[in-house]
Design a protein around this ligand. Structure first.
Ligand code: PLP
Length: 422
């Protein structure tokens, strides 16, 4: 490698890591091919035509490209129906629309996976602060803490649901900024079965962020009633410039559509303004791009293990999302890591990231994000809240070769700044 001056010892570790991850990459390829065929078949079955990639304006009545993409997304998620829109501002907004769409004053929600992702805390109103939260509208929130190994406490979940009369059970598939294991589809199935066995009418909602196309099945195929996620993560394939999706049972999707626009109008309106083409292309690329991101994560886990750090999941562990946490142990390493990764990005490589108070998050956060889409985390990126154990959450990589190079730049930066000796 002559374009980047990596330390010789680092290059040797790179080769060693690559040879050790080879069999795992083969496994990832199998999932990628399966999911790519699933998506391709959905495009074919829905008779996608050039006209569907066009522009609608104003009310967006009769935008067949928009409606077809809903149906393709439903097929990809193994769901009855779906809404996929550029007009969802973020993953949190998309999840919010689904929650407000389904819940009514007096309803109760039980979160089965401990404290939810930072930005969702305000949506439920768990901290009692945000105006306009579900709590403000009389929706009660409860949670079952995770067990000490970070897995859901099925016994407590069942006993709470058996007498609590909960309208919704909420599951977060990915770990977010925590070190608990992400939930595999197998684990989600077990949770769904537990819920339905004691409270069959409870709606099961899954925050599916970062999980799409990581396994062959999606949560709706194992018992979830409604799922939602962000298009600047997995299902946007690195091409969707913004947006989100909700998928699930038809009756719940209709309720979400009424909240997305207005009651009685629902999904009939919503101009796509020329974004159809990007959303189609993104979804089409998503299985492949997720595979590349998975390879980047697996490689990083191995490389950092060889460097003497703890990475979770381990390189050969079964994965449920595209996230890799690398425990760096102190803030100097964390900062050097993120600055190095930024220096290896295709966009804004010359920018030096610093820790800042990000809205919606409690601790200072440092981020490496040199992406084509602002905040996109299907592109190689790292987020790191400055709190013990000083872990970097690494995700994305539009292609493995650039992803890997970004990670090598992060290690080189730690060496150069004198916070890592190899
Ligand atoms: C990314 C993410 C969200 C949504 O976050 P946004 O930044 O609003 O897109 C929600 N839950 C989890 C677990 C996530 O990873």
């Amino acid at each position: 490698m002559s374009f980047f001056n990596f330390d010789e010892r680092l290059e040797a570790l790179d080769k060693k890591a690559l040879s050790e991850v080879a069999p795992i990459f083969e496994y990832v390829e199998g999932i990628t091919e399966y999911n790519q065929q699933k998506v391709l078949k959905a495009f074919i079955d829905n008779r996608v035509s050039e006209a569907d990639l066009g522009i609608s304006t104003g009310y967006g009545y009769g935008d067949s490209g928009r409606d077809k993409l809903d149906s393709i997304m439903a097929a990809c998620m193994g769901a009855e129906d779906a809404l996929i829109r550029h007009s969802f501002a973020s993953g949190t907004h998309t999840l919010t629309v689904a929650l407000f769409g389904i819940l009514r004053p007096g309803d109760k929600v039980l979160c089965l996976t401990g404290r939810p992702y930072d930005t969702i805390v305000g949506v439920f109103g768990i901290d009692g602060e945000s105006d306009g939260s579900l709590r403000d509208f009389g929706i009660e929130y409860n949670e079952i803490p995770l067990l000490s190994d970070g897995t859901p406490d099925i016994n407590s979940i069942k006993s709470e649901l058996s007498w609590g009369k909960y309208k919704m059970a909420y599951i977060q598939r990915s770990r977010g900024y925590s070190l608990r294991p992400s939930l595999t589809i197998g684990k989600i199935k077990e949770l769904c079965e537990a819920v339905k066995s004691v409270s069959p009418d409870t709606v099961i909602m899954v925050d599916n962020c970062y999980g799409e196309f990581v396994e062959k099945e999606e949560p709706c195929q194992v018992g979830a009633d409604i799922i939602a996620g962000s298009l600047i993560k997995n299902p946007g394939g690195g091409i969707a410039p913004t947006g989100g999706y909700i998928a699930g049972k038809k009756k719940y999707i209709e309720m979400c559509a009424n909240r997305m626009t207005c009651a009685g109008v629902g999904r009939e309106v919503g101009a796509t303004l020329g974004h159809n083409r990007e959303l189609y292309m993104g979804l089409f690329s998503a299985p492949h791009v997720v595979g590349e991101a998975l390879k980047t994560a697996i490689y990083s886990a191995k490389l950092f293990e060889l460097l003497g750090f703890e990475a979770t999941p381990k390189f050969d562990e079964k994965r449920a999302d595209i996230i890799e946490s690398i425990i760096l142990g102190n803030s100097e390493r964390l900062v050097a890591f993120c600055q190095g990764m930024q220096s290896g990005a295709p966009v804004d490589s010359f920018v030096i990231p610093e820790p800042w108070d990000m809205p919606g998050y409690t601790d200072k956060v440092i981020m490496a994000a040199g992406a084509f889409t602002l905040g996109s985390s299907i592109e190689l990126s790292a987020d790191a809240p400055l709190r013990p154990p000083y872990a970097a959450w690494l995700q994305g990589g539009l292609n493995f070769h650039s992803g890997k190079t970004g990670v090598l730049c992060a290690v080189q930066s730690m060496i150069d700044k004198g916070v890592l000796r190899i």
